[in-house]
Design a binder for this molecule. Structure first.
Ligand code: OSB
Ligand code: MG
Length: 371
């Protein structure tokens, strides 16, 4: 395959409401998008990096820099056999920066799927026609407000609720939630807010019948997560820790988790996600698809990936309107009455990118051509 042209666009898109996690709050997102053209087709990718280095060290600016200086020039200088080989080309062009790489790699998967006239889901090896949707709720000052929102999303049909927690906003909140919703499929995500010295405190969360506890400690604390998992009946899930297939294999070997959140945008793209999916399947570890408050482009990639068989738990793949007043793709992603999102069956990501609307959201743009 040969890429002829790459367009980078940064858009500004306002969330319906602020989203607060243990490390910071987002209301208006700046999102880096890529469009690749070649072989008579095009493909779209979205970078999951945020404006600030709180969830990860990568930001919109670091991603843009490494894309413009290293990844895009490498992609435009070479040819490659398939999207599944493209990740190796990017690996040779820069170390690290998985979010920047993923944006480009995923766009190339979309391009290859369109060129072959198949859906991205099918090209990735997915077979499900719909994926189970959960919803992730940010930290709130008022518990009553949180309870009202949980009730609303549960009534809409979401299959499980994930609550963001932090020290001082954990046990008390869960007591209130459980007294109102004793049987709700519920999980929590700490985004690395606790230290290993707080292990005994985190272990108190075992009492709430949670589906899992996501990322209590820092990303590199694989041993502390293993000690916690040994103390708990509740599965530990890793998100920030899983940056590559190798770290995932290590986490499973150490017993650091019993389930894995896969975000293609965090691990370098679809090829790495498939490797993680497969190694987890071989180890009997179920995975689920995380989210990073993506626009419809990133969401389409996530939904396609989540159609693979070892995605056995509801994901953070919620409907477009849970995030945006208007999404950048047509049709938008909608929650079906059974609490799933349909996997688009058309070529590539299977939804149409609304380029006219993107233009109105644009804050920066650059394009690059083969030499
Ligand atoms: O840890 O999964 C996370 C959002 C931003 C950064 C990190 C996370 C999240 C979410 C939201 O939980 C998931 C979504 O609905 O996209
Ligand atoms: Mg998480």
């Amino acid at each position: 395959m040969r890429i002829e042209r790459i367009e980078l666009q940064v858009i500004r898109l306002r969330l319906q409401e602020p989203f607060r996690i243990s490390s910071g709050q987002t209301h208006e997102r700046r999102i880096l998008l890529l469009k690749v053209e070649g072989e008579g087709a095009r493909g779209y990718g979205e970078c999951v990096a945020d404006e600030t280095p709180h969830y990860s060290y990568e930001t919109v600016q670091t991603a843009r820099w490494v894309l413009e200086q290293h990844l895009i020039p490498a992609a435009l200088a070479r040819e490659f056999a398939s999207a599944s080989e493209f990740a190796a080309l990017l690996a040779a062009a820069a170390r690290g920066h998985p979010m920047a790489k993923a944006a480009l790699e995923m766009a190339v998967w979309d391009l290859e799927a369109r060129r072959r006239g198949v859906s991205l889901a099918a090209l990735l090896g997915g077979s499900k026609q719909a994926v189970e949707a959960g919803v992730s709720l940010g930290i709130r000052e008022e518990v009553e407000e949180l309870l009202e929102r949980i009730g609303r999303f549960w009534a809409e049909g979401y299959r499980r609720v994930k609550l963001k927690i932090a020290p001082g906003r954990d046990v008390g909140v869960l007591e209130s939630v459980r007294s109102r919703f004793p049987d709700l499929p519920l999980m929590v995500d700490a985004n690395a807010a606790y230290t290993p010295a707080e292990l005994e405190h985190v272990a108190r969360l075992d009492a709430f019948g949670l589906m899992m506890i996501e990322q209590p400690f820092a990303a590199d604390e694989l041993l502390a997560h293993a000690e916690l998992q040994a103390r708990l009946a509740t599965p530990v899930c890793l998100d920030e820790s899983i940056t590559s297939p190798a770290t995932c294999a290590l986490a499973i070997r150490l017993g650091s988790c019993r389930t894995v959140n896969i975000k293609a945008g965090r691990v370098g793209g679809h090829a790495a996600s498939l490797e993680i999916h497969d190694l987890c399947a071989r180890a009997g570890v179920p995975v689920w698809c995380g989210g990073m408050l993506e626009s419809g482009i990133g969401r389409a990639h996530n939904v396609a990936l989540a159609s693979l068989p070892n995605f056995r738990l509801p994901g953070d793949t919620s409907a477009s309107r849970r995030y945006w007043a208007r999404d950048v793709v047509r049709p938008e992603f909608e929650l079906q009455p059974d609490g799933t999102l349909a996997v688009p069956a058309g070529p590539g990501i299977g939804v149409e990118v609304d380029e006219g609307f993107l233009k109105t959201l644009e804050v920066a743009k650059a394009s690059f051509r083969r030499g």
